[in-house]
Design a protein around this ligand. Sequence first.
Ligand SMILES: [Zn+2]
Length: 108
Amino acid sequence: MLSEIVALVRLHEIEFAPSNNAGQDRERLRLEMERCRSEISPALLARYERLKERYAAAALVEVEDGICPGCRVVLPKTAAKRLKDEIVFCDHCGRILYDSDHIYHLHY
Ligand SMILES: [Zn+2]
């Protein structure tokens, strides 16, 4: 479900891009993180947490020109298509991939 990745992208942004949230109420952000977590399946959330231990902010990466920016591997063409409607993991490094072209219209 893409709504799940939207929630994950937002959670990741709150966790790793504090400047995007400057001046926002901490309590409100905490609640928003909770809401995001509640929209993400336990399996994906667990995977994200494990990836963060290894890659920190780079656990979740935006695909760039068909390449995983985490490990620079060229993704199969089918992966680019799948990004339109499902969550895709890099076959090489396991990072969670997303394409903002497909998720912005779903954004909060
Ligand atoms: Zn990769």
